[in-house]
Design a binder for this molecule. Sequence first.
Ligand SMILES: [Zn+2]
Length: 255
Amino acid sequence: MQKNRIRVARVEGIVLSRRDWGEADRLITLLSPELGKLRVVAPGARKPSSRKSGHLEIFSRGRFVLARGRTFDKITQAETIDYFPTLRDSLERVSAGYLMTEMADRFLQEEDPNALVYDLLYEALGWLEAGEPVALVTRFFELRMLGYVGYQPQLYRCQHCDRGLQPVDQFFDLREGGVLCPTCRPEGGELTPLSLNGLKVLRLLQGAEWSVVRGLRLDDTLADALGDLLHRYTLFQLERELSSVRFIDDLRGSG
Ligand SMILES: [Zn+2]
């Protein structure tokens, strides 16, 4: 919290991550619509007697009372609004949830509120909870999220010659953050092929409402190709691998 802020704050938030801290505490990363990403300590949350700990699970949305602390602010009260119990029963859905919370955590700076990302994350967790198609929820989240933090993939004009794209297979350039037409494809350049179908799906994910997107039927090959493209683009922007992506790859490799 900023130095001049009041001593006690009431915030709504989603738990993005948590880890052990000190003897019996937890360090929690919260995403609040008004205050942005916050790192706060939950004193004593690892004690069996703690009443707070059940309200501090990853993905949970809740209301929290924060008090000013020296290094980190402290959670003095916590109350869950949404726990997403069904999501937690499926390893596939939990993995998708991890990917989304990790992306939000990595892309957002502390105390830089982004209500669009907050609402998107909350909705996407709700869709996972409701049994919506996991791959579509994840790709939808990734594309929207990238746009909300300033890395909107450019899908309508060639990033080199600026011409409108023709209905043929294209290429995606991570460095340019968008599509290159076949004519502009540099020899030996590091580009990811993007099929015409793939481009159409990405445009829909980027621009259409979820009520439209959820009706899409993706075959596995295309779903994997788009997932791979968006992970590579995310990695390029973050300059670091997401641990949840590695986890999902391991899960699929061993499945
Ligand atoms: Zn071009």
